[in-house]
Write a protein that binds this ligand. Structure first.
Ligand SMILES: CC(=O)O[C@H](CC(=O)[O-])C[N+](C)(C)C
Length: 310
């Protein structure tokens, strides 16, 4: 993540070509390592994501994180916690790959020609690059989240969807492509600021740890990844609650999206609902993103050692 990259424009064309190739190789590394980081995130974080979605969507039935966990294990067995995991697992590779790739692109975009490497970037440039990444991933994240939320909410024997593909087919039959994009605005409101917080928190924590401790510490990405996850969700939570409610509903339930849903939530449940599920979210976000960034740093090192042509 904190690799050196050259952004200077030289008067030597050969050096310019070398710089462009270095940057492109760096982006490919981000793509591959980001995909691997996404797999680590999902395997580590999905059970707690299931708790979160249930608590957000059915607050009366699932009153606390512990109550939700024991309820799922008693009625559905431990596998219930991995319900809907295929959708995020299939989606997470391109999704996180694209997220980290577009973060790399955003850094190039928001960097001026004098800055030569990541450590010279100002925090606001990292935050802008993170926000850019949050926007670029929207076309992939909205349908993935829609399917994931619908599958996670299925309980009992009468299941409408047998799995990821079945859910996608039924959504398409019921409402066409538009049906996959229920909750697009609220996902933008969630992911753009959250992307800035996520990458900003990672970078600042890494800088702080690198400044105060030895350079080679393996636990650096674990700590910084945990902080990134927390920052992401502190910013994302209110929008995430609205997103979950919209995405488990049929297309016509909230015809004006957030504008239809938000007043109902505030009137019937109060503003506190917008931070419902914060405990399982944080319990998931810290280990999931710690493992994500550890996976990314390992993948980066692996690529450098064994695939040197990248
Ligand atoms: C919504 C989401 O997937 O957030 C990611 C962190 C997490 O806890 O899964 C961050 N990011 C989308 C930037 C990879």
């Amino acid at each position: 993540m904190a690799e050196k990259q050259s952004n200077t424009l030289s008067i030597n064309p050969e050096e310019d070509i070398k710089n462009i190739l270095t940057k492109n190789h760096q982006l490919i590394k981000y793509l591959i390592a980001g995909g691997f980081g996404g797999i680590c995130t999902t395997l580590c974080g999905h059970p707690l994501d299931t708790l979160k979605v249930r608590m957000q969507a059915k607050p009366r039935k699932y009153a606390s994180a512990w109550n939700t966990l024991t309820n799922i294990i008693h009625t559905e067995g431990p596998r219930g916690l991995y319900k809907g995991v295929m959708a995020p697992l299939l989606g997470v590779i391109p999704m996180f790959g694209l997220s980290f790739l577009s973060f790399g692109l955003g850094k190039n975009f928001f960097t001026n020609s004098i800055q030569k490497n990541d450590t010279e970037l100002k925090p606001y440039q990292i935050i802008l690059a993170g926000m850019f990444s949050g926007l670029v991933t929207i076309p992939l994240s909205v349908p993935g989240e829609r399917i994931k939320c619908l599958l996670q909410m299925q309980t009992g024997n009468m299941k409408k969807y047998s799995g990821f593909v079945d859910c996608a087919i039924k959504l398409y039959r019921e409402g066409g492509i538009k049906n996959f994009y229920v909750g697009t605005c609220i996902t933008i409101l969630r992911d753009v600021p959250a992307g800035g917080a996520y990458f900003g928190a990672y970078d600042l924590t890494m800088r702080y740890i690198s400044y105060h401790f030895a350079e080679t510490m393996m636990w650096k990405p674990i700590i910084a990844g945990g902080f990134a996850g927390m920052a992401n969700w502190i910013v994302a939570m209110p929008a995430d609650v609205l997103k979950s409610r919209l995405q488990i509903s049929s297309m016509d339930k909230y015809p004006h999206g957030i504008r239809s849903l938000l007043p109902i939530i505030l009137r019937e449940e109060g503003a506190r609902t917008l931070y419902r599920g914060v405990i399982p979210i944080m319990m998931r976000a810290i280990p999931a993103n710690a493992s994500c960034f550890l996976g990314i740093e390992i993948a980066m090192k692996f690529i450098e050692l064994y695939l040197p042509w990248f």
